[in-house]
Design a protein around this ligand. Structure first.
Ligand code: AMP
Length: 359
């Protein structure tokens, strides 16, 4: 990391986090961003992409303190916003006076207004809430020197395109732009063409490398035998488990069934209030909960270090989401296991998934 020219304070933070060598995306992206170039990167979570953009941006803020410049990062979900903000905080932990704030929907607006009134250097948020604050004049954007769109394809899927364009059009023209996306559909290429200025383009083909660390098992099962099959797996594997199911209703009914069998279980789905979701993720991280039953809300972005097993109780609607789900395990070089139940009616989808994984 020292070769990139980071200041000592950043290097100290990295050392205390135990980062020794940069990941491929970091090797490729950091020099470009340090030069001030725009960047279009195709990479998934688990590759170290957050540090790839956060570190050079922190370095630049440190070097231009008197300019009052700010960095804005947009993410699709509240969870990812919190996580990216936490990463910025930890990488700048030794730096003087850099303040990071996460703003997203589902939490108190007034608190955010008072936080935004104080000097803030890095704002990480979801597009809807950022837009609300810009509209109300509670988020001053005239000093934004860099905009990062993180997991842009996911923001698009969630229907944020108009909001994002509305926001970009309000920002100062002369800013650095970074766009990261796990996939590169035409809509993302179009955004890049429209807003990025001769970007460096980086593609990290990580799916295979990542999934190679994950032992995959699939089990042919009849739909009505799934719960029993799940309980059997949990007899041997009952810590650091995420179980993905298709509906919110199923998250609660399965969690109940598992609790009745004596497991410590929590639920994560779109209906759970924001503060409770954060609390759940935190308790899982700390190991207070062994098993999380979740819908795909939890599949993207969450970085929970001690997940050893992902169980696909139901296959995801979209075959590509499979990669994001199983990417919750095998993080940053650790080994993991993924189990998938495949019923007869899943056969077609399973073939698609196999193709993506090139098993
Ligand atoms: P990300 O893809 O940004 O979600 O990062 C995935 C995980 O890798 C996070 O837990 C990071 O803390 C960790 N990580 C990122 N870069 C490095 C590195 N160079 N060395 C070790 N761990 C890293």
């Amino acid at each position: 990391f020292a070769c990139f020219g980071f200041n000592k304070l950043i290097l100290n933070s990295l050392e205390s986090k135990g980062y020794k060598t940069p990941t491929p995306i970091q090797k490729a992206a950091i020099p470009e961003l340090m030069l001030g170039r725009d960047l279009l990167g195709q990479a998934q979570t688990g590759t170290g992409k957050t540090a790839a953009f956060a570190l050079p941006l922190i370095e630049k803020l440190e070097n231009n303190k008197e300019s009052n410049a700010k960095v804005l990062v947009m993410t699709p979900t509240r969870e990812l916003a919190t996580q990216v903000a936490d990463s910025f905080k930890s990488y700048s932990a030794e730096s003087t006076n850099l303040r990071t704030l996460a703003i997203y929907g589902g939490t108190d607006f007034r608190n955010q207004i008072s936080s935004l009134k104080r000097k803030t250097d890095i704002v990480v948020g979801t597009p809807g809430r950022i837009m609300d604050h810009i509209r109300q004049g509670t988020f001053k954007i005239n000093n934004i020197s860099c905009l990062v769109l993180d997991e842009a394809d996911e923001m698009l899927k969630m229907g944020f395109l108009e909001d994002i364009e509305w926001i970009i059009d309000k920002l100062p023209e002369n800013k650095q732009m970074v766009l990261f996306s796990a996939t590169m559909p035409n809509e993302i290429r179009n955004i890049a063409k429209k807003y990025l200025n001769e970007p460096a383009e980086i593609l990290i083909k990580s799916v295979k490398q990542e999934t190679q660390l994950i032992t995959q098992k699939y089990i042919n099962v009849q739909r009505h035998h799934k719960l029993d099959a799940l309980k059997r797996i949990l007899e041997i594997t009952n810590e650091g488990v995420i179980i993905f199911v298709r509906t919110k209703l199923l998250t609660t009914s399965i969690a109940e069934a598992l609790e009745n069998s004596g497991h410590s279980v929590a639920v994560l789905n779109g209906d759970i209030p924001q503060n409770q979701r954060e609390n759940t993720v935190d308790r899982l991280k700390k190991g207070f909960i062994d098993i999380l039953v979740a819908t795909d809300v939890a599949a993207r972005g969450l970085d929970i270090p001690n997940i050893e097993h992902v169980i696909n109780y139901d296959l995801p609607q979209q075959a590509e989401d499979f990669i994001h789900r199983i990417g919750r395990t095998g993080r940053a070089g650790a080994k993991g296991q993924a189990w998938s139940y495949v019923t007869k009616s899943d056969n077609r989808k399973w073939k698609e998934i196999e193709k993506i994984l090139s098993i």
